[in-house]
Ligand binder design. Structure first.
Ligand code: FCB
Length: 450
């Protein structure tokens, strides 16, 4: 009998990437730490969940109890062979009321966490805001208010003062589209609003917060600063002129709003026309700050949307549906070509010469433990296909400098609670056991190969 062929999907070999290409795993504070531990203040996600807006009422008060288990979690990053760890600072853990007094326990947690990365030889890639806005600021109007951007500047100053010289790289905001549009127009994330005026304000003030934060960090002389943008490819449902225009508007809201503001210093005309008088007065004078020079840009990429006209949608006139490609447990279509599209567009049109990172990429799967193993072959295939896309871009000369898998751990997937598993490592939420999945082992194989 001929030997059975190993049909398990593979990741490309490490040696196919440049020597200094950074491989990492990503997480975020609210999704893993456990907001109930260590004197952390409330965030609007605690409030959003308490008001019944999440699946099964789930919140992040325990999550992966990373506050207690961070050492073994960092060991999992290190032992897989990753070069870097992407994490976020929880604003309410450091500054519970969003202004004023600090929580000493929170500051010392990040001290230990960052030192733990450095002692393991892991590069700390930090984000300053991955959505856990302190409740007291949310109550005062959150991202609908200009003042929140300045409070974020103060928070940035605190982080720089305590940790700045130990951070390899810092991103201001993770996914401003989610913090603004998804949270204020579609109401799916905290604070769960459905209001165009609120949305226009949040779309601008979250970018002002980015600009203010960036200028604070420049004053500290930090030289590796960026922002993390989520990108979703829009595919028109049909070839009608109106559908193509709607798809372009989708791209404007989701993608170009941020790219044009940050790299060209103005907002796209079609989206501005949609917001009309809802835009905050005098926003134009913030554009210089918003478009200040960056050292890199990060792209979080998961899927595409199919754009269909929708007469009931009185404002944007379209809705996003899923097409007929293979889907993940989230119902998201697998479409690696979209990743190539955005990285090419950034390097060609918006930010030629700027180093780019894939700061998140991954999939949810109904992972179960069978005989002590999680055999997530579809995830290995997904990651392999997206890494293949990156290899293609590198061969075209696109400046992709690194790739981060989302996520290190199964964790709190926002309004979907604990129903979606994105981890390379399985988490048993009953006893906090960690079990590396096949995908983690495949990374380990890859990162130790040539
Ligand atoms: C991204 C978020 C991240 C996680 C993944 C699945 O939009 O940045 O926190 O929820 O999606």
């Amino acid at each position: 009998m001929p030997p059975r062929q190993d049909t398990t999907p593979r990741l490309p070999p490490r040696g196919a990437f440049p020597d200094d290409f950074v491989f990492g795993a990503a997480t975020s504070s609210y999704q893993i730490e456990g907001s109930g531990f260590g004197g952390c203040g409330r965030s609007h996600w605690d409030d959003f969940a308490a008001a019944g807006n999440t699946r099964d009422g789930a919140d992040g008060s325990v999550a992966c109890a990373h506050i207690l288990h961070w050492e073994r979690d960092l060991d999992l990053v290190k032992n897989a062979g990753f070069d870097a760890y992407r994490f976020s600072f929880s604003w309410p853990r450091i500054q519970p009321a969003g202004r004023g007094a600090l929580n000493a326990e929170g500051v010392s947690f990040y001290d230990r966490l960052i030192d733990g990365m450095l002692s393991r030889g892991l590069l700390p890639f930090a984000s300053l805001y991955h959505w856990d806005l302190p409740s007291s600021l949310a109550v005062a109007g959150g991202w609908r208010e200009r003042d929140t951007a300045y409070r974020f500047g103060d928070f940035t100053d605190i982080v720089m003062r305590h940790f700045g010289d130990r951070l390899h790289s810092v991103a201001t905001i993770n996914e401003p589209w989610c913090a603004a549009w998804l949270s204020h127009y579609w109401g799916e994330h905290a604070p769960g609003m459905r209001d165009l005026v609120a949305t226009a304000r949040a779309m601008h003030y979250i970018l002002l917060a980015h600009g203010v934060s960036l200028s604070v960090m420049r004053d500290y002389g930090h030289g590796n600063l960026g922002i993390v943008l989520n990108k979703e490819y829009g595919e028109p449902a049909d070839g009608r002129e109106e559908t193509l225009t709607a798809t372009r508007l989708f791209d404007g809201i989701y993608n170009r709003w941020f790219e044009e503001a940050i790299f060209l210093g103005h907002y796209p005309a079609d989206v501005l026309a949609l917001f009309g008088a809802a835009m905050p007065e005098g926003y134009e004078s913030d554009m210089a700050l918003i478009s200040a020079r960056l050292d890199w840009a990060g792209v979080n990429y998961y899927t595409r949307s199919v754009i269909e006209l929708d007469a009931d949608e009185s404002c944007v006139g379209f809705r996003c549906i899923r097409g007929d490609l293979e889907k993940t447990a989230m119902g998201w279509e697998v479409y690696p070509e979209g990743l190539g599209f955005f990285l090419r567009r950034l390097s060609g049109e918006y930010a030629p010469g700027l180093p780019l990172y894939v700061t998140e990429n991954g999939m949810s799967r109904d992972d179960t433990v069978v005989d002590g193993e999680v055999c997530d072959v579809e995830r290995v295939d997904f990651l392999g296909r997206h890494l293949g896309e990156v290899l293609g871009l590198l061969s075209e000369g696109v400046l992709v400098r690194g790739y981060f898998a989302w996520s290190l751990l199964d964790n709190y997937e926002w309004s979907l609670g604990y129903s979606q598993r994105f981890g390379l490592v399985h988490v048993d939420f009953a006893d906090q056991a960690r079990l590396p999945k096949l995908s983690w082992h495949k990374f380990r194989e890859m990162l130790n190969s040539n």
